[in-house]
Design a protein around this ligand. Structure first.
Ligand code: ATP
Length: 235
C-alpha cells in the first residue's frame, strides 16, 4: 500500500535519511524503531509531505507522493497524528475534531463522522465543549487520534502515541490501534515503547542514523538478541 524506496531527506545540508526503504502492506501494522534522532519522525514527515524527498520514491496505492502537497496526501487517506499531539488548546474538543475533516473531498456529515470517532474514544463524548488544553495527556492523545479518524484514514501514521502516558492509558491506546487495524485501517507506527510496538505490529524496521539496519516480522524481532539488548532493556 505504501512503498518507500531508497529515500534521502535533508535538513539544510544535513542528511537525516540515507536510502531508507520501507514497505507497508495493506491491512497490516508496521512499526519503526530506533534511538532518538535515528530518523523515525523524519520518515513519517516525508510520507505525509511535510518534508521534501531529495532522492528516492514514495508511493501510496500506486500513486507517487513525491512533490505532492501535504493537503492532497491527507485527501488520499494518509493521516499523520504527529508526535506531541498538537491539538489546539484554545479550541474545544468538538472544534478540534471538526478540523480533522479539512481535507476530505468525499461527502461527509459532521454528526455521523463524530459518532464514528467517538465510538473509539467514548471518554471524549462528555467533553465535547471543553477546551482541548484542559484535557489530560492521555485524553489529548485520544483527541489527536480521534481527529485523525475524522479524516477517514486508509493509512494511519502515529508518531509516539504512548509518549509520557501512564501504562494503563498506553494499554488502552494500543487496544484501540489494534481495533482500528482489525476494522481495516493500515497503520504505520513510531514508538519508543519497543516492547508494545513489537507485540502489536506485523512488521518492524529498525533505523540507526538515517538507515534501515534491520527489518522483519515483529514476532521474530521481538526474540532477536540485538533487539533485546538495544531496545528491550536486555531481558
Ligand atoms: P525522536 O524520537 O527524537 O524524534 P527520530 O528517530 O524521530 O527521533 P528525527 O526526529 O527523524 O529522529 O531526526 C533525525 C535526525 O534529523 C536527527 O539527527 C535530528 O537531529 C535531525 N533533525 C530533526 N529535525 C530537525 C530539524 N528541524 N532541523 C535540523 N535537524 C533536524
Amino acid at each position: 500500500m505504501l512503498n518507500i524506496t531508497g529515500i534521502d531527506v535533508y535538513y539544510g545540508r544535513v542528511r537525516a535519511l540515507d536510502g531508507v526503504s520501507i514497505h507497508v502492506p495493506e491491512g497490516k501494522i508496521v512499526t519503526l524503531l530506533g534511538a532518538n534522532g535515528a530518523g523515525k519522525s523524519t520518515t513519517l514527515k516525508a510520507v505525509s509531505g511535510i518534508l521534501p524527498v531529495a532522492q528516492g520514491e514514495i508511493s501510496f496505492i500506486g500513486k507517487p507522493l513525491n512533490g505532492v502537497p501535504a493537503e492532497e496526501i491527507v485527501s488520499l487517506g494518509v493521516i499523520h497524528v504527529p508526535e506531541g499531539r498538537q491539538i489546539f488548546a484554545h479550541l474545544t474538543v468538538e472544534e478540534n475534531l471538526r478540523i480533522g475533516l479539512y481535507a476530505r473531498k468525499d461527502k461527509w456529515n459532521f454528526k455521523t463522522e463524530l459518532e464514528h470517532a467517538l465510538n473509539y474514544f467514548p471518554a471524549l463524548a462528555t467533553r465535547l465543549a471543553q477546551k482541548g488544553g484542559t484535557l489530560s495527556g492521555g485524553e489529548q492523545q485520544m483527541l489527536a487520534i480521534a481527529r485523525g479518524l475524522m479524516g477517514k484514514p486508509r493509512l494511519l501514521i502515529l508518531d509516539e502515541p504512548s509518549l509520557g502516558l501512564a501504562p494503563k492509558i498506553v494499554a488502552d491506546i494500543f487496544t484501540i490501534i489494534r481495533r482500528l487495524n482489525k476494522e481495516g485501517t493500515t497503520v504505520l507506527l513510531v514508538e519508543q515503547n519497543a516492547n508494545m510496538a513489537l507485540k502489536t505490529a506485523d512488521y518492524a524496521y529498525v533505523l540507526e542514523i538515517g538507515r534501515v539496519v534491520m527489518a522483519g516480522e515483529a514476532s521474530v524481532l521481538l526474540k532477536d538478541d540485538r533487539i533485546r539488548r538495544s531496545y528491550l532493556g536486555g531481558h
